[in-house]
Design a protein around this ligand. Structure first.
Ligand code: NAP
Length: 253
């Protein structure tokens, strides 16, 4: 396969870092955009100085995020895929206790940040007949206590992707749920949710972790990278899982 050009948000840790590492290892040119540069991301930069472009910035700052994307497009002469992975877990609280400022912050990071990046990417994605892959979550379809702000943002992602699938015939849009993955985000949700969830809900999540059901980030990353590189148009607008038949077919194909 020819080397592709992929911009990833939230590449400093967790699933995003694993996606960046997977794509670099396959010979592609990659950008990571996040607020911090971790030692793991820096190590990738040392290993792949020619094909990794790191920019530090906040997704809620549209000028910085679009400048990073435009710089990547100019440096590598195009864009094949945009992976919207970076997100905030938001406040792990019951809606009665969520403040307007907390609610605004999680929507700014997880939903409002999509539009400026989409506008900046679209001309290049139309040219390359590329793909936009947005990280969704099981929380977008399953309701449990203390997930209101975050779950709402992920449900919004699903519907925006569905609409885009209708609007842009030359670009493929997919919302992908990675499953339960062992990262800072899932650890923070588990640690912070005991007081806000029903004991049985919290125990259920704790038991899943204890049973080793939380996947290492490299597992969904491999499937998400495959979707970004070669998802067929027929999937456009869909919400799928990274462990489901569509991703499996791509990994095996
Ligand atoms: N882990 C799971 O079980 C799970 C399950 C379902 C869905 N997901 C989804 O998968 C994606 C990745 O999650 P993860 O578990 O890997 O999370 P994570 O370990 O917390 O990593 C989140 C990434 O997003 C970046 N980020 C967060 N807020 C940002 C902001 N305002 N501006 C720029 N970058 C920002 C972080 O970088 P900085 O902090 O350096 O900015 C980091 O690189 C998310 O969309 C999440 O909703 C995860």
């Amino acid at each position: 396969m020819l080397a592709q050009k992929i911009f990833v948000t939230g590449g400093s840790r967790g699933i995003g870092l694993a996606i960046v590492e997977t794509l670099l290892g396959q010979g592609h040119s990659v950008a990571s955009f996040s607020r911090s540069v971790t030692t793991e991301l820096q190590a990738l930069n040392d290993k792949y100085p020619e094909t990794l472009l790191i920019t530090q910035g906040d997704l809620t700052d549209a000028d910085t995020s679009t400048a990073a994307l435009n710089r990547f497009i100019a440096t590598f002469n195009g864009l094949d895929s945009l992976i919207l992975n970076g997100a905030s877990p938001g406040p792990v609280k019951r809606m009665a206790d969520v403040t307007l400022s907390e609610f605004t912050e999680v929507y700014a990071a997880n939903v409002l940040s999509i539009l400026p990046l989409y506008h900046a990417a679209l001309p290049s994605l139309r040219t390359s007949k590329g793909r936009l892959i947005a990280l969704s979550s099981g929380a977008s379809e399953n309701a449990f206590e203390a997930s209101g702000p975050y779950a709402g943002t992920k449900a919004a992602v699903n519907r925006i992707i569905q609409v885009l699938g209708h609007e842009e015939p030359d670009v493929t849009f997919i919302a992908v749920n990675p499953g339960l993955v062992k990262t800072d985000m899932s650890a923070a949700v588990l640690a912070g949710s005991a007081h806000a969830m029903k004991p049985e809900t919290h125990e259920h999540i704790k038991a899943a972790f204890a049973a080793g059901m939380a996947l290492p980030p490299a597992v969904p990353a491999e499937a998400i990278a495959a979707l970004a590189l070669r998802a067929p148009k027929v999937l456009s607008g869909r919400y799928i899982t990274s462990f489901g038949p569509e991703a499996k077919a791509l990994l095996e194909g």
